[in-house]
Design a binder for this molecule. Structure first.
Ligand code: DGT
Ligand code: CA
Ligand code: CA
Ligand code: ZN
Length: 575
């Protein structure tokens, strides 16, 4: 175990030394030692005990001392110093094809690039091409390299994966002899990032069905095709491919197979244990007592025979769901009555107030809040106080127009939480609004204390009703901010400030595990789309699934309540 750690740390030391532009022989000596240790069949501690570290070919005095230091203290000071002196994302840059330590050193020194995301930005806005020794060609190549890295990370956001799964399901349903087809796997559980797609079907002719599956228009290449199973790669709209598996199962096993292939693996292990305790056997073909099938055709039957309620797929992660006597009253899409975060042309949206309102009405909502950006969000065309006051007038006028149409528009804002923790509008301006979302958009890399302070300061303001996308993460693109969540959740619960579960597909923020913890601490949530155009209102389902994965009940979601209760929630905090 310790051998592998030392190898890892030595390799990182070598990379970091090179990025810092140190003399290359130092880096070379750490790399050589790492390689030598990798080949050892004996524990370093044993060799050190015999005082024979320097007898390992490739290990010299310096590296031997570092090994001793590691064995004695569990860490290597030099490694810590180096990692502290450079941005934490810098080693990730080495994974980009065509990018070595020398170029990284230049990018860091000249452009302050310290992560893959920062490099992507610097390439896209042309700064990399202008660097001496780089040029447009190199910049383009690096961008390709980043796209490769994204793909080889191998996971696809749910929002991208699910439509592909749905298309495949429809196409399989249309194949001759197919009686039934369902999506299983992580897509069914609503996980935020998806490895591959899993489909199950019942069909008259297995081999003909798998063969036809491999010839569907989306399929780019075939990994395997047998009598009951086929695996293919289909085009992934965000680049590269995603794997899809189709299994043909007998009708009498369909429920068992759906249960099995929905997973998660951990959840399935627990179910199998329950079966075994009763002397039964559970697998993808059914629940059996000896040769007798106790359940199999439908999923509910499996759970029922095991003495469990039909656990919703989003909960199947072995995080306590097996021990539940009664299922929580999980929120669901039809429960939502409004969407309290969206943008119009006034800032960076593309639609008018009326367009957003009518589109929301079509989706069955009773109310929306228009929450355009505040003036510090310059790139997003944030509103000055004057423009905000004009927008409030427009919202009031729109409401008069929409009277009787069944939808109410609340005048709101997405007010920036400034780097010092103050809000972008003064209280007397916020007081004119029906609904205030406060979000961090700038200075997201501040230290934990400051970010926590900023969020708490916003929560402490009587006019702030909701913290928008509280962690600031972008799936696969930007890390969540480093915040003391317990403090934030406690303060939000104590002050009557809602926390957003952003349904925007790149955000899903708060994430599932945070939702669950915040709910335990008594928080109220709002599931919002942050739509910038009408079709983005349809992303609500992703927020709902995130909430469900966080065990959120209908009663803790503010926008399942009628508009009068939303107004009462706002009024209660202002009192
Ligand atoms: P993914 O594809 O990485 O996003 O996640 P899943 O959950 O879709 O995983 P996948 O596609 O490997 O398998 C689908 C389900 O099949 C998985 O959730 C549980 C079941 N499964 C797969 N392999 C095993 C296994 O070795 N043991 C058990 N108990 N279940 C398995
Ligand atoms: Ca899967
Ligand atoms: Ca799979
Ligand atoms: Zn927004």
């Amino acid at each position: 175990m310790s051998n592998r750690d030392v190898v890892h740390q030595f390799n990182e030391i070598a990379d970091l030394l090179e990025i810092k532009g140190e003399e290359s022989f130092r880096a070379v000596s750490y790399r050589r030692a790492a390689r030598a240790i990798e080949d050892l069949t004996e524990d370093l501690a044993d060799i050190a005990a015999r005082n024979e570290l320097q007898k390992i070919p490739g290990v010299g005095k310096g590296t031997a001392d570092r090994i001793k230091e590691y064995l004695a203290t569990g860490k290597i000071q030099l490694h810590e110093e180096l990692t502290c002196s450079l941005p934490s994302g810098i080693l990730e840059l080495l994974r980009i094809p065509g990018l070595g330590p020398k170029k990284i050193a230049v990018l860091h020194a000249q452009l302050c690039v310290g992560s893959v995301e920062e490099l992507r930005t610097a390439i896209l806005d042309g700064r990399v091409a202008k660097l001496r020794g780089f040029g447009q060609k190199t910049a383009d190549k690096l961008l390709e390299g980043i796209a490769f890295l994204d793909r080889s990370a191998g996971r696809t956001p749910l929002h991208v994966a699910r439509p592909i799964a749905c298309t495949l399901r429809e196409q399989v349903a249309g194949l001759p002899g197919v009686e039934r087809v369902e999506i299983a796997g992580s897509v069914r559980r609503g996980k935020e990032m998806i490895g591959d797609l899993d489909l199950l079907c019942v069909a008259a002719d297995g081999p003909a069905t798998t063969a036809a599956f491999t010839r569907l228009p989306l399929v780019r290449s075939v990994l395997a095709a047998g009598d009951t199973k086929a695996s293919v790669l289909v085009e992934n709209p965000i680049g590269g491919e995603i794997q899809a598996d189709l299994r043909v199962v007998p009708a009498e096993s369909f429920g068992a197979a759906l249960q099995y292939f929905t997973g998660s693996k951990e959840h399935n292990v627990r179910l199998r244990e329950i079966a075994v305790k009763r002397g039964w056997k559970l697998n993808e073909y059914g629940l059996f007592e000896g040769p007798v099938a106790l359940a199999g055709p439908d999923e509910a039957g499996i759970y029922e025979r095991l003495g469990l309620p039909l656990i919703p797929p989003e909960l199947r992660e072995d995080t306590g769901e097996i021990d539940l006597r009664d299922l929580p009253d999980l929120v669901d899409l039809p429960d939502l009555r409004g969407d309290l975060h969206m943008h119009t042309r006034a800032s960076d949206g593309v639609c008018t107030i009326e367009e957003m309102a009518l589109a929301a009405r079509q989706r069955g909502y009773e109310y929306i809040a228009i929450t355009d950006h505040s003036h510090s969000s310059v790139i997003a065309n944030g509103l000055s106080v004057e423009r905000l006051e004009k927008l409030i007038e427009e919202v009031r006028a729109a409401n008069r127009q929409l009277a009787g149409s069944g939808i109410v528009v609340l005048a709101g804002t997405e007010c920036d939480i400034c780097p010092d923790g103050t809000l972008d509008y003064p209280d007397d301006v916020l007081a004119q609004l029906d609904w205030v979302v406060a979000s961090i958009h700038a200075a997201q890399t501040q230290d934990c204390d400051r970010l926590t302070h900023r969020t708490l300061a916003a929560i402490g303001n009587p006019y702030v009703n909701c913290i928008g996308h509280p962690s600031g993460r972008l799936l696969g693109r930007r890390e969540a901010m480093n915040i003391q969540w317990e403090k934030v959740f406690e303060a939000a619960a104590a002050t009557g400030t809602a926390l957003e579960i952003s349904a925007a597909w790149l955000r899903l923020d708060l994430k599932d595990s945070h939702v669950r913890r915040a709910m335990d601490l008594g928080c109220t949530f709002v599931i919002n789309t942050d739509a910038h155009a009408v079709d983005q209102l349809d992303q609500m389902i992703f927020g709902v699934q995130t909430a469900r994965r966080g065990w959120a009940t209908r009663s803790c979601i503010l926008n399942t309540r009628p508009v009068e209760e939303v107004r009462a929630f706002v009024a209660a905090k202002r009192k």
